[in-house]
Ligand binder design. Structure first.
Ligand code: PGA
Length: 311
């Protein structure tokens, strides 16, 4: 087969986006130019790569096979690039990192400290919820991810590096604040909660916890941001269950208080996760080691206000 790298690149883009005009945009070419390359490619291999169904296109069986091949080639090129970087020595590089929304505050401090030690490093950062992080890992588009315990998978390498205690927070004048003995879980489940969206790891952990205790959570309000949740609790819209890692300022300033509730904190952990079969670039490797060695410096000082009793 007399295939050119350009044909493979054009094909990979069209196959990934399933759309000629979007592919043309990404490739900075006109749509007829992209169609022509694909046509020539099909002539070279003697089989159609796409089926046209109305305005949509779909990969044929030959197309799917060829797409697997282009993905393997681009993986190999990335791995080779990583090896070449290693041969040049670590002098910066680009780190593609995705971070759970809830880990945002300490992760930013980590990136800042790391880039001081590694001048020339640039970051492509996505701060998002658990479900999207899992998609990033499945699609192999990130070098490394910081998240709660990932699903069991032979394809993922995951290493815990820091505690993530979830606590019940209220505004300081809430009737349950300052209770001199632990509040029963059944009592707390009578309260209204402000919750994260269903794709959030924190939300899933709190639901699992209440289900395991055969109780239901009452919630009329759902928000995609930890900041919005804290504002809502301060405004008196209900209680929340949040990671101590998001509460540092509010607990220091006294705008929110942690309630002593039976069974709390829910003790989770933060994990570094990467795809097992991908060679880590030197900068990713260096970041991984930095996090594993230095994470104790990034524990939120809020944990000293409220030490987790379990685990
Ligand atoms: P979040 O946190 O999705 O609630 O931000 C991630 C996790 O705890 O897994």
């Amino acid at each position: 087969m007399n295939i050119t790298l350009r044909q493979l690149t054009f094909f990979e883009t069209v196959a990934r986006l399933q759309n000629f005009s979007q592919a043309a945009h990404e490739l900075h070419r006109t749509q007829p130019a992209v169609s022509m390359q694909i046509h020539q490619f099909e002539e070279t291999i003697g089989l159609p790569l796409f089926d046209k169904i109305g305005r949509d296109i779909q990969l044929t069986e030959a197309g799917r096979e060829m797409y697997r091949c282009t993905q393997a080639i681009s993986q190999q090129l990335q791995d080779t690039e990583a090896t070449l970087q290693a041969l040049r020595g670590i002098k910066g590089g680009r780190l593609r990192i995705a971070v759970a929304t809830t880990a945002n505050q300490f992760a930013m401090r980590m990136l800042a400290a790391f880039s001081q030690d590694h001048p020339g490093t640039s970051f492509a950062l996505d701060v998002t919820n658990r479900r999207t992080l899992i998609e990033h890992l499945t699609n192999n588009v990130m070098d490394i991810v910081i998240m709660g315990k990932p699903p069991e998978s032979a394809d993922l390498e995951s290493t815990p590096f820091m505690d993530n205690p979830l606590v019940v927070v209220a505004r300081p004048d809430h009737p349950l604040a300052g209770s001199d003995k632990p509040i029963p879980l059944a009592r707390i489940s009578e309260e209204e909660f402000v919750m994260r969206e269903s794709a959030s790891g924190t939300r899933q952990a709190m639901e699992r916890f209440f289900k395991a205790n055969e109780l239901e959570l009452k919630s009329g309000m759902e928000m995609t941001s930890n900041e919005a949740i804290k504002q809502a609790v301060q405004a008196g819209l209900g209680l929340a269950i949040s990671s101590l890692h998001t509460l540092e300022l509010e607990l220091h300033s006294g705008r929110l208080v942690v309630l002593e509730v039976e069974g709390f904190p829910i003790l989770r952990h933060w994990y570094l996760v990467n795809c097992r079969d991908r060679r880590l670039s030197p900068i990713t490797q260096a970041f991984r080691e930095f996090v594993l060695e230095e994470s104790h410096d990034f524990q939120t000082s809020a944990t000293s206000h409220h030490k987790p009793e379990s685990g």
